[in-house]
Design a protein around this ligand. Structure first.
Ligand code: AHG
Ligand code: MN
Ligand code: MN
Length: 339
């Protein structure tokens, strides 16, 4: 069997579908190359002196790990000079990063969570990078935060990498979801699964159960029904998995189905939720929908939300369609009964 590299895959997509422009192809290749560097740094672990805290707090109010900072720098440096971007925005930076004047500018905006699940690094559990590509609004040469505030339906590409037992890149440009595995000897991403599909039904869920007492009533009820298993209203047993790296939890769902929830809870209510709309929720929602799954904030399709701020947080419900529809319906019925 001929192995298909990411480069070949993108060139063939560009020829057959035309939705991938040369600049978008360059952008995806540059992000993939940066992710190889991140993968290398993570792989060296303690030997590379990259574990532990950076000693700073980011705009999210979270303590940064050395690898959060390093991954952010790797992605910035890789993407600055290619001429394909107008600006970048990252979970780890207060404001958008403009392309320095010495380089040409392109028409795309790149948004990323450089390292997702970074609390897991020091215990050697899978982490990842999440990214999303938007178009820079026409006529804008110096993009500011408001130019990034586009609904998720406007994304032209999204993807994530998982730095796990193997390094994977999972990508969509709007025509299905495809998986590439890093061949460490050759140094390139190779297509290993085409057209990932999430089954409509599942018996596996992912949620941080320690927040149970802080959830809203419909969430409490939905999970309670799952926990009651065969003897309860659902009439079957459910299994629970929670890696606490969104990339790893979403990748399990991409592989064998399941649902992932980070619902609203009393602790994060004031902030709107835990996960970030632009860096985490929207790219994952795009990928999940492209794989036949569903993604909501518990009430509304995530991709249709109009972002109000760069670092906005939202509740996230995604995965196997029938479960996501069910839990979303329960939230809407709860709201309707209260009015
Ligand atoms: P990040 O490391 O980018 O801040 O994201 C962490 C996120 C996500 O990966 C994960 O699903 C969730 O936070 C874990 O939350 P808990 O701490 O509640 O387990
Ligand atoms: Mn994250
Ligand atoms: Mn992060």
């Amino acid at each position: 069997m001929t192995s298909i590299s990411l480069t070949r895959f993108l060139i063939e997509e560009q020829r057959s579908r035309r939705q991938i422009t040369p600049d978008l192809r360059l952008l995806i290749e540059v992000v993939a190359r940066a992710c190889k560097h991140i993968s290398l740094a993570i792989g060296r672990g303690a030997l590379g002196g990259v574990l532990g805290d950076a000693g700073a707090i980011n705009v999210q109010g979270e303590a940064q790990k050395k690898l959060d900072v390093l991954s952010n720098e790797i992605l910035l440096e890789a993407n600055e000079w290619g001429g394909h971007l107008a600006a970048l925005a990252s979970e780890e930076m207060d404001e958008p990063h403009l392309i320095p004047h010495r380089y040409p500018k392109g028409n795309y905006l790149l948004v990323f969570d450089p390292l997702d699940g970074s609390s897991n690094i020091d215990v050697n559990i899978s982490v990842g990078t999440i990214f999303s590509v938007l178009r820079c609004p026409e006529g804008v040469t110096e993009p500011v935060a408001e130019h990034f505030l586009q609904p998720g339906t406007e994304q032209v590409a999204a993807g994530y990498t998982v730095y796990g037992p193997s390094t994977l890149l999972v990508l969509t440009t709007g025509s299905g979801v495809h998986q590439f595995t890093l061949d460490r000897e050759i140094g390139s991403f190779v297509l290993t699964r085409r057209d990932l599909r999430i089954p409509e039904d599942t018996s596996e869920f992912a949620i941080n159960m320690s927040n149970q007492r802080h959830w809203e009533p419909p969430m409490q009820r939905y999970i309670q029904e799952l926990l009651e298993g065969k003897a309860g209203p659902r009439g079957r047993d459910f299994n629970m998995r929670w890696v606490a790296s969104m990339v790893a939890d979403v990748h399990r769902i991409m592989t064998r189905g399941g649902v992932f929830f980070y619902p609203l809870d009393a602790k994060t209510r004031d902030k709107g939720g835990k996960l970030r709309l632009l860096y985490e929720a929207n790219p994952m929602a795009f990928l999940v929908e492209q794989a036949g799954g569903a993604a909501t904030d518990g009430r509304q399709r995530l991709l249709e939300r109009r972002p109000l701020a760069l670092h906005q947080r939202v509740p996230v419900f995604l995965g196997s369609r029938n479960e996501i529809e069910r839990v979303t319906r329960m939230h809407l019925e709860h709201d309707a009964a209260r009015t």
